[in-house]
Ligand binder design. Structure first.
Ligand code: CS2
Length: 517
């Protein structure tokens, strides 16, 4: 089907077409005919409506809505209007394609509206302060939290400086000019308005791949609040619920092939369908109020201690993912699937995981680490999921401190080996240099610290292949390398070795690395 000639997906057009697949019909909880006011109300605001949110939390909430409750979602984009432009004409509806040997499709109806914070500030504030809004979930990526290398709110971050200054002028202002730039500032503003209006705080749920995400988020909010209103900080300290979570489902970016396939299935044009693998997991710390969406019925696991799950996932999935991304890009490989077709690369990644990552942490009692890890490698082999290594390589300065650096620190503290972990970090350094050299061809380095990283790469280029000096330059990046680690002679030596060996990366370099031990 040529998508452009088809009518656009919406509640109305969907009701007009006879869906051949039941999962592609208008969800039952929305079939109240023309009277939209009889549909479930909004109880959740979500910050960051990217593909991951739409494939994961919005899907769980879609399942939960089948059990009833006013739990539809107001999705808020913090900057760009592209999701709003795509989904608003579709009444928030979109298709989820689950990619396994056979692709299956579902129509997701949990998103009630998509707002763009800079454009719809008053509506965003109205949603965030409404008593009906009981949860704020977020996928704002690692950088969205504005944390420093130590994992606490970076008071020097330009957006935080801006937001604190604006709060100092008028804490309770709702004027457009008082609009916060950071997610932390936006949440504190909404919480301050709830505090003055005597409305209890919403529960905040971080769904990003941060270690201890719930604690880091609550801490960042408290630090911000302490600087602007001690009374608010005190209230939040006592009342704000911020569970830790572990989220997992591989969700690559949407491509035209998916749009075509969805148009064919649906008989309607969907401007922004989402695809993901079938595997999907959401573990939430068991501290939510009873008044919650039926997420448990939808498969959410409530656990008293999430940190062990979180560690297992960050270290056994995200750490090899990032390692594969940097080595793969250096080797000219395009996707995760393609990387999994390279036996030497796979052997290296498995050795990294088995020898240097698995021994680094205490797994949850209910998790069989070996089979969990084997399943993850099998998921990487899914041929229907075209996951670009270049996408996973984004934002390395934010991801390494969550995925790889703590493993190195733990291993050093216990006297365990770090050679393969150091190779992963060295691959990132080489990747920065590669991106620096590709600037003229218009290939950009996607990273919030890009300017700083490219400056280091430029200094390296002047060193005429002097690995020790180049490594020393990278180690000055204190957002990535905590000072104590940057001074650890074992780490510096391992990184220098690895960096030197990656001079001309070929698969033989990895083969060599495997032979050495
Ligand atoms: C990936 C993750 O892009 C990345 O950095 O490692 O998005 C990964 O696909 C998810 O965490 C899987 O749950």
């Amino acid at each position: 089907a040529k998508t452009s000639t088809l009518p656009r997906l919406s509640q109305q057009t969907l009701q007009g077409t006879a869906a051949t697949i039941p999962a592609l019909a208008l969800p039952g909880y929305l079939t109240s005919g023309a009277d939209q006011s009889a549909q479930p109300g909004i109880g959740i605001v979500h910050l960051g409506p990217g593909a991951f949110f739409r494939g994961h939390q919005a899907w769980y909430t879609h399942q939960a809505l089948k059990q009833g409750g006013d739990w539809r979602i107001c999705a808020v984009a913090l900057r760009s209007s592209d999701v709003s432009d795509a989904l608003t004409p579709q009444d928030g509806l979109y298709t989820l394609a689950v990619m396994e040997q056979q692709t299956s499709y579902q129509l997701i109806g949990s998103v009630a509206e998509v707002l763009v914070a800079p454009k719809h500030f008053p509506q965003v504030l109205a949603r965030l302060t409404a008593a009906a809004t009981k949860y704020v979930t977020m996928t704002i990526t690692e950088k969205g939290y504005c944390l420093n290398g130590a994992g606490v709110l970076d008071l020097q971050h330009a957006d935080i400086v801006h937001d604190l200054q604006s709060f100092a002028r008028d804490l309770n202002s709702c004027a457009d000019s008082s609009q916060p730039k950071s997610a932390i500032g936006l949440l504190v503003k909404a919480l301050q308005l709830r505090f003055t209006a005597n409305v209890p705080p919403f529960v905040v749920i971080s769904c990003d791949n941060l270690t201890d995400n719930g604690h880091k988020l609550k801490n960042a909010l408290l630090t911000f609040a302490e600087k602007s209103s001690p009374a608010l900080a005190n209230w939040l300290k006592q009342q704000l619920i911020s569970p830790c979570t572990m989220v997992d489902s591989i969700t690559p970016a949407t491509d035209d092939a998916l749009r075509q396939a969805v148009a064919h299935e649906l008989g309607l044009e969907d401007a922004w369908p989402i695809k993901r693998e079938a595997f999907c997991q959401w573990v939430i710390e068991d501290i939510l109020p009873a008044d919650r969406p039926a997420w448990g019925k939808a498969g959410v696991i409530y656990a008293s201690d999430v940190s062990a799950f979180e560690k297992a996932k960050l270290r056994l999935l995200n750490a090899p993912h990032s390692t594969m991304a940097y080595l793969g890009v250096l080797l000219g490989i395009e996707t995760v699937y393609d990387a999994m077709q390279q036996p030497v690369l796979v052997r290296f990644l498995k050795a990294l995981v088995e020898e240097e990552i698995q021994p680094s942490f205490q797994a949850p009692a209910e998790l069989d680490v070996a089979s969990y890890s084997a399943d993850i490698f099998r998921r990487f082999e899914n041929p229907s999921v075209r996951h670009l290594l270049a996408q996973i390589a984004w934002d390395g300065s934010q991801k390494l401190p969550m995925r790889l650096i703590p493993v190195i620190q733990d291993n050093l503290a216990a006297g365990r080996p770090i050679a393969k972990l150091a190779l992963a970090i060295a691959a990132w350094c080489r990747f920065i240099r590669l991106r620096a050299s590709q600037q003229a061809q218009g290939v950009t380095l996607v990273d919030p610290l890009a300017a700083q990283l490219l400056a280091v790469a430029a200094q390296c280029a002047e060193q005429a292949n002097e690995p020790a000096t180049e490594v020393a330059l990278f180690l000055t990046l204190d957002a990535v390398f905590p000072p104590k680690l940057a001074l650890d002679s074992r780490f510096v030596a391992a990184l220098k070795n690895a960096y030197t060996s990656l001079d001309q990366l070929q698969l033989s370099t990895l083969a060599l690395q495997l032979q050495q031990d």
